[in-house]
Write a new protein. Structure first.
Length: 190
């Protein structure tokens, strides 16, 4: 479910029933895709994997000994059909964890491209934080307005140069004050 509902977006835009729910839902989903990677979550990126029988090993850039523990259940996505899903960790050692997979053929160490995502229990629910929901609504509105009038945002005094594209690098900057306490420090590179 999106952080911004179709009904909320429809009301904020004042479009009534003019547009189909599916069209508005695409905008809500896009806002989530922009916002949620920056919100703190209990996730790590697996950079590589291998398989020996039905035991799969996931590798990480940094040590995960203080992040995961044997017996913990994690959800893996983007790891391929043998790794994806809910898995119980068999062991944790340095920069790797092992889980049971459905694979039966041995495969050597090889990288994920793009990285797989390993998610443990998350204690912050973005849908329960009003500031994050408001940020999502504001991004949804910006996306909608950009779809309707792509170069909206005004022009300079001479009337020839349009202002920067609305979906540029300032999209998230406009809501950073709302989401500041919930931003994952790993998402702020550069």
């Amino acid at each position: 479910m999106s952080l911004t509902t179709v009904a909320e977006l429809r009301t904020a835009l004042g479009v009534g029933t003019l547009y189909a729910d599916a069209t508005l839902q695409e905008v809500c989903d896009a806002a989530d895709n922009v916002l949620t990677p920056f919100i703190w979550a209990n996730t790590q990126n697996a950079v590589a994997h291998k398989n020996v029988g039905t035991v799969g090993t996931l590798y990480f850039e940094d040590s995960v000994e203080d992040v995961y523990y044997a017996g913990q259940t994690v959800t893996i996505s983007g790891g391929g059909s043998y790794f994806n899903g809910s898995k119980t960790i068999l062991s944790v050692s340095g920069r790797e964890i092992t889980v049971t997979t459905t694979h039966t053929t041995d495969t050597p160490y090889h990288p994920y491209n793009p990285y797989a995502l390993v998610a443990a229990t998350t204690y912050l629910s973005p849908s329960a934080v009003p500031a994050i929901q408001e940020a999502s609504l504001m991004i949804s509105i910006d996306i909608w307005q950009s779809r309707q009038a792509p170069s909206s945002g005004g022009v300079t005094i001479d009337g020839y140069a349009p202002s920067p594209y609305r979906m540029g690098n300032t999209l998230l900057a406009r809501v950073r004050g709302l989401i500041a306490p919930y931003i994952d420090p790993r998402s702020m590179v550069g």
